[in-house]
Design a protein around this ligand. Structure first.
Ligand code: SAM
Length: 350
C-alpha cells in the first residue's frame, strides 16, 4: 500500500493560537519597541527582569507582562534569569535595518492597526471602509493626509522606510542601461529616485507627486546633493498628461493602490508618454500566481484593502504581465527579488 501524502502545511494548534491572538502579538512587538526593551537588551544583553524594570522605568508587573509576551514570541530569549534579544533582532541592530523596522512598527501601530478593524465592513462593501478613521476629504489616503499635517509627515517618514526596506531590489533589478531620463510616477519623497540616481550616474529623474510629497522630496533630494539630477513636478497622476522626453516610466509601490481599470489607465498614459523603445518599470510587493501566499503579501494586503483606496490590492505577478501586454508593451519580464520581502520588478518595452 502506498504511503498517504503528508501535508506539511496543516494548521497546528500553535498556528491557530498565533492567529487567534495575532493582534496581541503585534502589540507585544510594538510595546517592546516603543518602551525600549529591544534597544536596552541590544546594549546590555543578559539583564534580569529587575534590572530591566529599573532601566526602563517600569514596575515589575508590566515588565513581566512584556517579557512573557516577547519571550513566548521568540523576540527575546531567557536563560538563567537573564534576557537577550533574539539573534535576528540583534542582527537588525547591527546594520541600519532596525532604524527601518522601528518605522515599520510605528506605521503598523499608528496607521494600520485600528482601520484594519474595519476589514469585515471593507469586505462586505468591497471598499476601503477603514479610511473613515482619517480626517479630510477624498476617497484615498493620500488626499486625506494633508488634513493632519503631523500625520502626513509621519506617513512619509514611514513610507520612506518601507521603500528603503525593499528598494535595494529595485536598484539591483531595474535595468536603466542606455536610459537618460526616468519619470517616477507617484514617486513620494524621492526615496527610490535618489537610490537609482546614485546607482546610475548617467540617468536623471523627475519625481511626479501631490504637493505634500513633492515638498518633502525637494528637501530629501537637496540633502543628498542631487538637485541637479532629480527634479520634482507637482501633478495628478490620473488627471495630468505625463510629460514627454523620458526613456523610462517607473511606478514604484503605486499599482497596488488602484483598481484594475485605474492601473490600465496609468499604464496607457505611460505608454503614450514613452518613445518607441522606452521602458516601463513596475516595482512593488507581489502575490503568488497560485493565490496562496506568500504570508507577507497576504497580511500586508489588509492595509491596502481597508485603507488606501477603494480598489487597492496586492496583485499576483501574472496580472501585471497581462496588463502590460494588453496596453501594448512587449518583452515583458519578471524580476523577483531575493530577500525576505516579496518585492520585484516587472518591465516592458514600448
Ligand atoms: C505608496 S506611495 C509610494 C511612494 C514612492 N513611489 C515609494 O515607493 O516610496 C504612493 C504615492 O503616490 C502618490 N499619489 C497618490 N495619488 C496620487 C495622485 N492622484 N497624483 C499624484 N500622486 C499621487 C502619493 O502621494 C504617494 O506619494
Amino acid at each position: 500500500m502506498e504511503n498517504p501524502v503528508v501535508n506539511d502545511n496543516r494548521l497546528t494548534r500553535d498556528d491557530f493560537v498565533g492567529t487567534l491572538f495575532g493582534a496581541a502579538a503585534f502589540q507585544v512587538l510594538n510595546a517592546g519597541n516603543e518602551l525600549g526593551l529591544f534597544k536596552l537588551l541590544n546594549e546590555r544583553p543578559g539583564l534580569t527582569a529587575d534590572e530591566i524594570s529599573e532601566a526602563l522605568g517600569l514596575l515589575r508587573r508590566p515588565v513581566d507582562v512584556l517579557l512573557l509576551g516577547a519571550t513566548a514570541l521568540k523576540l527575546t530569549t531567557m536563560s538563567d534569569g537573564g534576557y537577550r534579544n533574539a539573534e535576528l533582532i540583534d542582527a537588525m541592530f547591527g546594520t541600519d535595518e532596525w532604524e527601518i523596522i522601528t518605522d515599520l512598527i510605528t506605521f503598523e501601530a499608528k496607521f494600520v492597526y485600528a482601520p484594519q478593524g474595519d476589514l469585515v465592513e471593507s469586505l462586505r462593501d468591497n471598499t476601503n471602509v477603514g479610511l473613515r478613521r482619517f480626517d479630510g476629504e477624498g476617497t484615498d489616503l493620500y488626499h486625506r493626509l494633508p488634513a493632519t499635517p503631523h500625520l502626513e509627515q509621519l506617513f512619509y517618514q514611514c513610507m520612506r522606510s518601507w521603500s528603503r526596506l525593499s528598494n535595494p531590489i529595485l536598484v539591483a533589478k531595474a535595468d536603466l542601461t542606455g536610459a537618460r531620463r526616468v519619470l517616477d510616477v507617484g514617486g513620494g519623497d524621492g526615496v527610490n529616485a535618489i537610490e537609482l540616481a546614485k546607482a546610475n550616474p548617467d540617468v536623471d529623474f523627475t519625481v511626479l507627486d501631490l504637493p505634500g510629497a513633492v515638498a518633502i522630496a525637494k528637501k530629501k533630494i537637496a540633502d543628498n546633493g542631487l538637485t541637479d539630477r532629480i527634479e520634482v513636478a507637482e501633478g495628478d497622476i490620473f488627471a495630468d498628461t505625463y510629460p514627454k522626453g523620458y526613456d523610462a516610466v517607473l511606478f514604484a509601490n503605486q499599482l497596488v493602490i488602484w483598481s484594475p481599470e485605474e492601473n490600465l489607465s496609468l499604464l496607457r498614459k505611460a505608454y503614450d508618454a514613452l518613445d518607441d523603445g522606452g521602458r516601463v518599470l513596475i516595482f512593488n510587493v507581489m502575490s503568488d500566481d497560485t493565490g496562496d501566499g506568500p504570508l507577507y503579501a497576504a497580511l500586508d494586503n489588509l492595509y491596502f484593502t481597508t485603507i488606501t483606496a477603494s480598489g487597492s490590492t496586492i496583485y499576483p505577478w501574472g496580472q501585471y504581465e497581462r496588463w502590460l501586454t494588453e496596453v501594448g508593451f512587449t518583452k515583458v519580464e519578471r524580476l523577483p527579488g531575493d530577500t525576505w520581502t516579496p518585492h520585484g520588478v516587472i518591465s516592458g518595452v514600448k
